[in-house]
Ligand binder design. Structure first.
Ligand code: GAR
Length: 205
């Protein structure tokens, strides 16, 4: 049996992607990642309730509590180190991490984005805004992407993608929900398991 990879999920909001990961861990679809920490950038994030219910340790590292981005990231890094975190999942985490932070977890941070990258991604494209942009452009297909995080926002290597068809009467809200249900909640747990297996194998060597 490979050793499980100590994983932190970073969240800022509702945490439905976190829930998808928790459910996948509970029913055996995730076997190589150990959910060791949920860290929120927002003390009111409902994701914290989901984590507590699942018995996962939580931490709040609020950007507003720190003078600058460097102080915030140092606080986050010390929580991650304290918990021995080896892999980070950004699941609706709304703060862009610096190149300096990312270098410390090179190829060990994955993110879910609610479009088919390279469309509707990068700075300023997050949450509902992504779906508003897809509808405004008039694309007929959108979807979700899980990718490694590098210093370019939404620019790291793609791990998995899933398309979702746009319907004539879609609003940003209906589209967001369908992209989550049909793509994100399936893709993210699968990608996490795949990456964890690879990390666990390389640790064993
Ligand atoms: C998800 O749709 C996620 O893909 C998106 O925010 C939502 C978070 O929902 N992330 C981004 O836009 C990142 N650029 P959740 O808190 O319910 O998982």
């Amino acid at each position: 049996m490979l050793k499980r990879i100590r994983t932190a999920v970073l969240v800022s909001g509702g945490g439905t992607n976190l829930q998808a990961i928790i459910d996948a861990a509970a029913d055996g679809r995730i076997r190589h990642a150990e959910l060791a920490l949920v860290a929120a950038s927002n003390p009111d994030a409902y994701a914290l309730v989901r984590a507590e219910r699942a018995g996962i340790p939580t931490a709040v590292v609020s950007r507003k509590a720190y003078l600058d981005a460097a102080a915030f990231e140092n606080a986050l890094l010390s929580v991650l180190r304290e918990k021995g975190i080896e892999l980070i999942v950004l699941a609706g985490f709304m703060t862009i991490l610096s190149a300096d932070f990312i270098r410390r977890y090179e190829n060990r941070i994955i993110n879910v984005h609610p479009s088919l990258i390279p469309s509707f991604c990068g700075k300023g494209y997050y949450g509902l805004r992504v779906h508003e942009a897809a509808l405004a452009y008039g694309v007929k297909v959108t979807g979700a992407t899980v990718h490694f995080v590098n210093e370019i926002p939404d620019g790291g290597a793609i791990i998995a993608q899933k398309p979702v068809m746009i319907r004539k009467n879609d609003t940003p809200e209906t589209l967001q929900r369908r992209v989550m249900e049909r793509a994100e909640w399936k893709l993210l747990p699968r990608a996490l398991e795949l990456v964890s297996i690879e990390l666990a194998k390389s640790k064993q060597k």
